[in-house]
Design a protein around this ligand. Structure first.
Ligand SMILES: O=C(O)c1ccccc1N[C@@H]1O[C@H](COP(=O)(O)O)[C@@H](O)[C@H]1O
Length: 209
């Protein structure tokens, strides 16, 4: 069974494509320097539209605890996906919501054996010149993950597309995948056709999904 997250949703057509396609999670980005950035009030409209159909994950980069509290008050989120925050404390930081931690990976040593997070999002380590820690559309060496004993459930992210997701699943052993750039026609422009194609390809990679 493959689970799918469509991240960086920022309009209704993209959201509806993810929901109609049967995505398990949709992601909303609260990082100002991202082309997918949403103000919390706008995000709340999308989150309410998704309610009961897919879980909504809010993505933040190095937020202070108070920023997380403010966001979950303004926008109904089911989980928080954090970048940075290597001081991640156990429990409470997500105001009761599951915390997903993004792990940048360039070598097998980067794969954690333990974590206080509820879920890990495994992504390629961004280039030094990257302007954001994720959402860059670059893939990693998926075979690095093949023998990893993950301490909690995890998603594979980074540079996935409808064309490469089956191979990524096969090589990495992932049971959940996360995509943003690969279902866009331009940075920040979600493409409903590509969203449908991605979900179909991910599900087809594992019979019965
Ligand atoms: O999407 C962004 O702009 C973003 C900004 C800051 C941190 C992470 C971001 N995106 C997440 O990165 C992964 C992989 O994305 P991609 O498929 O390579 O574009 C995914 O979780 C995105 O939501």
């Amino acid at each position: 069974m493959i689970r799918v997250k469509i991240c960086g949703i920022n309009d209704e057509p993209g959201l509806d494509a993810a929901l109609d396609g049967g995505a398990d999670w949709v992601g909303l980005v609260f990082f100002r320097r991202s082309p997918r950035f949403l103000e919390p009030a706008r995000a709340a409209l999308l989150a309410r539209r998704a309610a009961g159909r897919a879980a909504v994950v809010g993505l933040m980069v190095s937020p202070a605890d108070q920023e997380i509290r403010d966001l979950v008050e303004a926008c109904p989120l089911d989980a928080i996906q954090l970048y940075g925050r290597d001081d991640l404390p156990s429990g409470a930081i997500g105001e009761g919501r599951p915390v997903w931690h993004a792990v940048p990976v360039a070598a097998p040593e980067d794969l954690p054996e333990s974590t206080p997070a509820d879920t890990l999002v495994v992504e390629p380590r961004p280039a030094r010149t990257a302007t954001r820690p994720g959402g860059n559309g670059t893939p990693m060496d998926w075979s690095l993950l093949r023998h990893w004993k993950a301490p909690v459930p995890w998603l594979l992210a980074g540079g996935l597309t409808a064309e490469n997701v089956a191979g990524a699943i096969r090589l990495s052993g992932a049971t959940a995948v996360d995509v943003s750039s690969g279902v866009e026609s331009a940075p920040g422009m979600k493409d409903p056709e590509r969203i449908h194609a991605f979900i179909r390809a991910a599900r087809a990679a594992v019979p019965g999904s």
